[in-house]
Design a protein around this ligand. Structure first.
Ligand code: TRP
Length: 452
């Protein structure tokens, strides 16, 4: 049995660096781009409350489970699961957690890189002053022009994937850690500046806040609850082994539960702050809060276009969106890359190229969903992009999360969880009760209610 003390892939140099890397994974397009628009589509207030409930009630215990499984296994999620299953004499079927996770990672990255590519394009467009003095119609048209151009979309998507591959190829220390230690603080500072800017210049800060926080339960459906839960998994990077892979590089003495709580708090703060930037601008400019995936790409250029220095601030903002996306995308490929290195005894550079290349190929489907394949529906009027997003977020991640919770709660050798978490009996039993009973039944209940 090879439950080791160090990972062959490298280690984070400190607790802070693990927090930054995991928060870097968690904070991404899910917070800045996706959270505001799904909250907008689902009526705000009540949705946000359900979302926050899912983060702390279900998300944090599952995140703790992922970290501890990764740190106990010290390998890629697929091989960590194999060893944990063997060590615990558990049913080999549990290994599906690792495999399904790697697949979900591909599916998520396939649309993630496309959206991130749009952000890169907007960085250049904003910086060139293309949006100075723009109107709502023009901002809408510019978004349509970009997404409708398959060559442009694939070009930006390719650039983003190359950056992801380049960082992942440099490894845990020189690649991942070196990236997050610069980008995460920068992202946070700029977000604070933007919240203040949006609040002051729009004059609609209170409207934005009340949209995010007023409890309008009549606007919430069970489908909305499922989407809130899916968003909670997505934004915390849970259910597919990304955090498990990062946990494998975490120093042994670091406390898992308090670290997971810190990461969830940081992630929630960033999501709410993004809402506080976007919704005041939406209301001040008479835009629709339910505008869908284009919300960020239309509201922000419009608002920056009216502001002195807007070209500069707008460009910086989209640069940071790009950075936030990169610190997430490197965590989406890490499980598969680590596995390929272990399996084929190959170099990280080759593994990163293979995995990134495959994800790029699959991403073409999402890239074309906005132009040449816009009328190609797979199930229920969903484009390839819609399908990837829906299946990965609302089905695979919650399902992966449940399996992780059930494995950590029931199947894994208890000595491992006790040793890894190393907290007092109250905290341990609370964690165990939630992972055994609460998290799985909550997810299944939401599944059932959303389907019927
Ligand atoms: N959490 C990231 C975001 O909010 C996306 C992400 C990165 C992710 N790694 C993940 C989502 C693993 C699910 C699983 O943008």
């Amino acid at each position: 049995m090879a439950l080791g003390s160090e990972s062959v892939h490298g280690m984070w140099s400190s607790r802070l660096m693990f927090v930054m890397a995991a928060a870097g994974s968690a904070v991404g397009l899910g917070n800045i781009w996706r959270f505001p628009y799904v909250a907008g589509e689902n009526g705000g207030g009540a949705f946000v409350l359900v979302y926050i409930g899912c983060i702390f009630l279900i998300g944090v215990p599952i995140m703790a489970s992922e970290i501890l499984m990764g740190r106990a296994g010290r390998q890629s999620p697929i091989n960590a699961m194999r060893d944990l299953v063997a060590h615990s004499n558990a049913n080999p079927l549990w290994q599906v957690i690792g495999w399904m996770g790697a697949m979900a990672g591909f599916m998520i990255l396939s649309f993630y890189a496309v959206i991130a590519g749009w952000a890169i394009s907007y960085f250049f467009q904003m910086g060139s002053g293309a949006f100075t003095g723009t109107s709502a119609e023009q901002a809408n048209a510019a978004f349509g022009a970009l997404t409708g151009d398959p060559v442009a979309v694939v070009g930006w998507h390719t650039l983003f994937m190359m950056m992801t591959i380049a960082i992942a190829a440099r490894g845990v220390g020189a690649g991942l850690e070196a990236t997050v230690r610069v980008l995460m603080p920068a992202l946070f500072v700029l977000l604070v500046v933007l919240v203040i800017y949006a609040g002051v210049t729009s004059g609609k800060f209170i409207e934005g806040l009340s949209f995010l926080f007023s409890f309008n339960v009549e606007k919430l459906t069970w489908e909305g609850v499922l989407i809130a839960m899916g968003q909670a998994f997505f934004t915390l990077s849970l259910g597919m082994g990304a955090i498990m892979a990062y946990g494998a590089y975490m120093p042994k003495e670091v406390s898992i539960i308090s670290t997971a709580t810190t990461i969830a708090l940081l992630d929630t703060v960033v999501a709410l702050m993004s809402g506080m930037v976007i919704f005041p601008l939406v209301f001040a400019n008479g835009l629709e809060s339910s505008a869908g995936p284009g919300l960020m790409f239309v509201t922000l250029p419009l608002a920056f276009g009216q502001m002195t220095g807007g070209a500069f601030f707008g460009a910086v903002f989209f640069l940071l969106v790009t950075f936030a996306a990169i610190t997430s995308s490197i965590s989406l490929v890490e499980p598969a890359i680590a596995w390929l290195i272990e399996r084929m005894k190959t170099t990280r550079v080759k593994a990163a190229l293979v995995i990134g290349g495959l994800a790029w190929l699959m991403g073409l489907g999402s890239a074309f969903s906005f132009n040449i394949w816009a009328d190609l529906y797979f199930v229920n009027g969903m484009t390839f992009f819609d399908l990837m997003d829906y299946v990965s977020n609302n089905i695979m991640l919650p399902l992966g999360g449940v399996f992780i919770a059930l494995f950590a709660g029931w199947a894994i050798d208890q000595d491992i969880t006790r040793d890894q978490l190393s907290v007092g009996p109250v905290a341990y039993n609370t964690w165990r009760f939630v992972t055994r009973f609460i998290a799985p039944s909550a997810v299944f209940l939401v599944f059932l209610l959303a389907v019927f």
